[in-house]
Design a binder for this molecule. Structure first.
Ligand code: DAH
Length: 342
């Protein structure tokens, strides 16, 4: 067989192998087999020695030409394979930025907010409006207009944070009563939720910052019966139809008469248990008929108008509502606690 036929055979086989190749890695093997040092073309070159001096140049040229052709075929195939592999890699590595991933964990309404919203729903459905006042308050509104003049002994009970002689961090939401009476004409029906401050201990039932919801109704002929009915409706709405209210006489300078209100223990429904210390009742708020002195100081004629007011401790009713035993849990932001309200 002559060189030409050998080259044709090698070329034909190379073509066949190239056609069936799928990967650049395998291409390298094919390349080495033909063009490598121990490849078929090198073998042919070595065999040139056996040819006569006349035959040799032509045969050498044939082999060189074949080498060029083969190299070109291989490079062509390599380019095709590389392009294909690149495309595949890009397809595999492609990032779909619109694909939905694990969503961040869902938040929950804080129990204080949940109960606040229930209370506000309850009162707004009875025709109350929501009012607000400043947390940094004038002594005048926090005390004076509520019948707590300077040196009044009841001031001591409030552990006030004083900013200066005339400015305090409000110790209760009651100053919003005074502000409302001074700025609005009766009939008045408001609830005012908000933060209040007292120089108190921190323990399971006390915090220097806590929340109250103040209520105020002023109109002609408002009676204590209206107060009772309103608070009854509130208790049933928040804790259930079997919950009743009990009024106990009490004292607040801004109401006369005043009462503290107990609700049927939500835990034992009145039978007596640990939560209510065996009494069947739990104290939740203070209230009373707005003191005529307060009406007068706030520009309302007590012979024309009367009204009632109440102050609810939001932390307390939240703890009762959910059976939370330590108030500090409400402020610490511990996710294990908060997730339970999802
Ligand atoms: N302001 C009172 C307190 O902080 C709560 C209170 C009692 C508010 C009786 C009232 C009320 O409006 O009538 O302890």
């Amino acid at each position: 067989m002559g060189i030409r036929e050998d080259l044709e055979a090698i070329g034909a086989q190379l073509k066949e192998e190239l056609a069936s190749l799928e990967m650049t890695k395998a291409l390298e093997e094919v390349k080495v087999k033909v063009l490598g040092k121990k490849g078929t073309l090198s073998g042919l070159l070595r065999s040139l020695g056996q040819l006569s001096a006349e035959e040799r140049p032509a045969a050498g040229q044939l082999i060189n030409k074949a080498k060029e052709d083969f190299t070109a075929w291989i490079e062509e195939k390599q380019a095709i394979l590389e392009a294909k592999e690149k495309e595949e890699r890009l397809r595999k590595e492609a990032l779909d930025v619109t694909e939905p991933r694990d969503l961040p964990c869902e938040g929950a309404e804080h129990p204080i907010n949940a109960v606040l919203n229930q209370v506000l729903d309850c009162f707004t459905s009875m025709g109350f409006e929501v009012a607000e006042g400043p947390q940094i308050e004038l002594d005048h509104y926090n005390f004076e207009l509520l019948n707590l003049p300077k040196n009044h002994p009841a001031r001591d009970a409030q552990d006030t944070f004083y900013v200066d002689d005339n400015i305090v961090l409000r110790t209760h939401t009651s100053p919003v009563q005074a502000r409302t009476m001074l700025s609005k004409k009766p009939p008045i029906r408001i609830v005012c939720p908000g933060r209040v401050f007292r120089a108190d201990e921190v323990d399971a039932t006390h915090s220097p910052v806590f929340h109250q919801i103040e209520g105020l109704v002023i109109d002609k002929d408002v009676t204590m019966g209206d107060l009772r009915g309103t608070l009854d409706a509130f208790a049933k709405r928040l804790y259930g139809d079997d919950i009743e209210t009990r009024f106990r006489p009490s004292f607040f300078p801004f109401t006369e008469p005043s009462a503290e209100v107990d609700l049927t223990c939500f835990n034992c429904h009145g039978k007596g248990c640990k939560v209510c210390k065996g009494t069947g009742w739990i104290e939740v708020l203070g209230c009373g008929m707005v003191n005529p002195k307060v009406l007068e100081m706030c520009g309302l004629d007590p012979s024309v108008y009367s009204g009632f007011a109440f102050g609810i401790g939001l932390e307390r009713i939240t703890m009762l509502r959910y059976g939370i035993k330590d108030m500090r849990l409400l402020y610490e932001g511990d996710l294990r606690f908060l997730r339970q309200f999802r």
